[in-house]
Write a protein that binds this ligand. Structure first.
Ligand code: ZN
Ligand code: ZN
Length: 238
């Protein structure tokens, strides 16, 4: 599990929808200490007894749980069948990281909560078989919207979030030929729309928008299956 901003009851409900339970989770990785990512982690870990992993900076902000396991943000580590590479990101938290997971010759990238694009991110995320990417806001909607000025400045800043065009800019710098799934995530309910996200991304990487997925904050997302079998492999561009 990566992050958990939910109550245990809500997390259990969402897990059940996917046919799994907290007992199936072997560890929780925490990207950073913002409440929408960390808020439910300690309670969930205590309820089910799984270890929690975070960077040293993030771990120092987890006050309500003992024994957080720390990874080095500059080094890959192994958990179960996964090799996990943390990617440090520019975001207004202590030591925020996102992740690359490798297993069985497959590469999954997870990238949310970053205010700008770094060369390190581009190098890490290229050539993924699946990618979950933040498309947080539409610039016009945010700037003309109801957020207070200070919050607008935070979101658009280099340590805030990616808008649709920045995400597209990142995608264009990546090798996307192998992508079987592209999931657009951390989409603002107030300053963005699924339609805008789909329009921007499908045009940028020239794929059928029906092949893209946008995560709905209320409904979550169903399982996405990755295959190494060339005969069954459907990529976004296929
Ligand atoms: Zn967030
Ligand atoms: Zn955040």
């Amino acid at each position: 599990m990566i992050d958990n901003g939910f109550s245990t009851k809500e997390a259990d409900k969402r897990m059940a929808k996917l046919g799994v339970s907290g007992e199936d989770i072997s560890a929780i990785l925490v990207t950073h200490e913002h409440a929408d990512h960390l808020g439910g982690v300690a309670r969930y870990a205590r309820r089910y007894g799984m270890p929690v992993w975070a960077s040293h900076g993030t771990a120092s902000m987890i006050k309500d749980l003992d024994g957080v396991e720390c990874f080095n943000s500059h080094q890959s580590f192994e958990l179960g069948e996964f090799s996990i590479e943390p990617i440090l990101v520019p975001h207004d938290a202590r030591e925020p990281t996102q992740f690359i997971f490798k297993s069985n010759e497959l590469k999954l990238g997870v990238m949310t909560d970053t205010g700008s694009i770094t060369q390190h991110m581009v190098e890490a995320l290229t050539g993924c078989d699946a990618l979950l990417l933040e498309c947080n806001y539409d610039r016009e909607m945010l700037l003309n919207g109801a957020y207070p000025e200070s919050l607008k400045r935070r979101v658009v800043g280099d340590w805030g979030h990616l808008d649709n065009l920045q995400s597209v800019d990142l995608l264009k710098q990546l090798e996307t030929k192998k992508l079987q799934h592209l999931v657009l995530a951390h989409v603002s309910e107030k300053n963005n729309s699924h339609e805008l996200v789909l329009d921007c991304v499908s045009a940028a990487i020239q794929c059928d928008r029906a092949r893209l997925k946008v995560i709905d904050q209320d409904d979550g997302l169903d399982w996405c299956t990755l295959t190494t079998d060339n005969n069954r492999k459907e990529t976004l561009h296929a």
